[in-house]
Design a protein around this ligand. Structure first.
Ligand SMILES: *[C@@H]1O[C@H](CO)[C@@H](O)[C@H](O)[C@H]1NC(C)=O
Ligand SMILES: *[C@@H]1O[C@H](CO)[C@@H](O)[C@H](O)[C@H]1NC(C)=O
Ligand SMILES: *[C@@H]1O[C@H](CO)[C@@H](O)[C@H](O)[C@H]1NC(C)=O
Ligand SMILES: *[C@@H]1O[C@H](CO)[C@@H](O)[C@H](O)[C@H]1NC(C)=O
Ligand SMILES: *[C@@H]1O[C@H](CO)[C@@H](O)[C@H](O)[C@H]1NC(C)=O
Length: 456
């Protein structure tokens, strides 16, 4: 417990003390500035899922980190048990000059009418799904997004911004106020019955859909239990951006997001976990998909996104080698950053540059595990990967050093195969029942790792 407190304190200092500061690191000056989103107000059971124009550093820069959390008017962190942060997401858009005022004044549903071009990351979902540069959910307080020197996510590049357009930044905040609700977990998992939703906004009936984003849309209301209703609360997303000015020493990173639901027909983002109903209590649901890797390069950073019930996710190479495993950290108390039952952090991977590489057109395998102790709706298995790709004409050789011996043709990000969901459930159940002992032992080891900080 003591080490958890110390750890919280260290993170707290790390995240909050350096408002608009800068420091010199290996000749690059690291800038850091803390902003607040527009205010939003929530009452018990209410949902907000809006897109805001956000303040963001300007110019040709390389992003080095992004930290965010929900705070109240006094700047006090709000625990997930009160306001569940389903996700925040940071995107860029190129907006036609002289239309920015209109853009700023409107929310997402309306700004589609403003002449703008999509910006976005480097893939891999079709149709600009999951095209954010940064995005996290309940794990936001203890997930390290720092990018090490000399790497960075380069934005504001005048050569990339189309003529006559400006680059603007958009923040999507999806939050659910669970004070006084009938079923806290059900509300955070967007269970349709609790929101009294049976059809989409256009009136199309939701068939075979128990829960997920379509049932906790902006302005929807989760079922309350009897009692004295709590007061409405004014809230903000407080975020800190870290960056350096762009110069030749910056090694640019590509941003990829893989989705375990992407089995060849698009990224569905969410899936459900059936409960194990009498199977061993530690049986797990294992989902997998295979994705052809984007261009080759050195893996610099990786992290998964899962919801409560998550047991971790791994990205494997074609030869079965582990590229990155990201494990959830569960809270064990009541305070913001340590809420019991919630995922309060995900471990991230920082391989020594050059030690973990992906090859051209390599068939990667993403695996996402969940506990089946309880059923869940609307969970996720996303994997965020930052890759340093060889510059034009170079390629990554076996030992990870860039060489220019062979060309890379890197326009394809394509899904080749995906395991059928039912197959992976059966696989999961069979595996869990046949090898309970091994799995249990394995999980105990994992737990020892992931709970170390909480129980020591
Ligand atoms: C985040 O990771 C980087 C690179 O491993 C490390 O230097 C830094 O101390 C970490 N920050 C926190 C808050 O854990
Ligand atoms: C923006 O407005 C100014 C002044 O009204 C005009 O001179 C300029 O051409 C406009 N720019 C674009 C890209 O329309
Ligand atoms: C649920 O929705 C139905 C139809 O839209 C409505 O008649 C009913 O009053 C709603 N129930 C609650 C508890 O809001
Ligand atoms: C997911 O489950 C499989 C099968 O038990 C196991 O091999 C893998 O290590 C698990 N992944 C994580 C991240 O725990
Ligand atoms: C890359 O792929 C495109 C489209 O498939 C093709 O036209 C082009 O010749 C390829 N270039 C190289 C260098 O292989």
């Amino acid at each position: 417990m003591a080490s958890f407190l110390l750890w919280s304190l260290v993170s707290f200092l790390y995240i909050h003390v350096h408002q608009a500061s800068s420091q010199c690191l290996n000749k690059q000056t690291l800038y850091s500035e803390t902003f607040r989103s527009e205010a939003f107000t929530l009452g018990p059971g209410e949902v907000q899922d809006k897109y805001y124009y956000m303040e963001f550093p300007t110019g040709h820069i390389a992003l080095r980190g992004f930290f965010a959390e929900v705070v109240d008017e006094q700047g006090v962190p709000v625990p997930l048990s009160e306001v569940y942060l389903h996700h925040w997401v940071v995107l860029n858009r190129y907006v036609k000059q002289n239309h920015t005022q209109k853009f700023l004044a409107q929310d997402y549903s309306k700004y589609r009418s403003v002449p703008s071009k999509l910006g976005g990351n480097d893939g891999v979902c079709p149709d600009h799904t999951l095209d954010q540069f940064f995005g996290l959910g309940s794990e936001t307080r203890h997930t390290n997004t720092s990018i090490p020197y000399p790497y960075g996510i380069v934005v504001g590049d005048p050569n990339k911004i189309p003529d006559g357009y400006e680059e603007l930044w958009v923040l999507n905040i999806h939050a659910i106020d669970t004070r006084g609700v009938e079923d806290r977990q059900g509300c955070t998992e967007c269970r349709c019955d609790l929101y009294n939703v049976t059809a989409t906004k256009n009136g199309k009936p939701l068939k075979n859909y128990q829960g997920g984003l379509r049932c906790c849309t902006d302005g929807s209301q989760c079922s309350l239990s009897q009692g004295i209703p709590a007061a409405r609360k004014k809230l903000f997303l407080q975020y800190t951006v870290e960056w350096v000015e762009w110069d030749e020493s910056v090694v640019p990173l590509k941003v990829y997001i893989f989705d375990v639901t992407d089995t060849g027909d698009g990224c569905k983002i969410e899936y459900d976990i059936p409960s194990s109903l009498g199977l061993p209590s530690d049986s797990i649901d294992i989902r997998e998909t295979r994705v052809v890797s984007p261009p080759s390069g050195q893996v610099i950073y990786g992290v998964a996104h899962q919801h409560s019930g998550g047991k971790g996710a791994t990205l494997y190479g074609e030869d079965g080698r582990e590229i990155c495993t990201s494990l959830p950290l569960y809270g064990s108390g009541a305070n913001a950053g340590d809420e019991v039952g919630y995922i309060v952090g995900m471990t991230s991977c920082y391989p020594k540059p050059g030690s973990v590489n992906i090859n051209d057109k390599e068939l990667l395998r993403l695996q996402s595990n969940y506990s089946t102790q309880q059923g869940h709706t609307g969970v996720m298995g996303l994997f965020y990967l930052l890759v340093a790709s060889p510059q034009h004409g170079e390629s990554t050789s076996k030992d990870g050093k860039f060489s220019s011996s062979s060309k890379s043709n890197s326009t394809l990000f394509k899904i080749v195969t995906g395991s059928k969901l039912s197959t992976s459930i059966v696989f999961g159940i069979v595996l869990a029942s046949m090898a309970t002992f091994i799995v249990a032992k394995h999980m105990r080891n994992r737990r020892a790792l992931q709970y170390e900080a909480l129980t020591a």
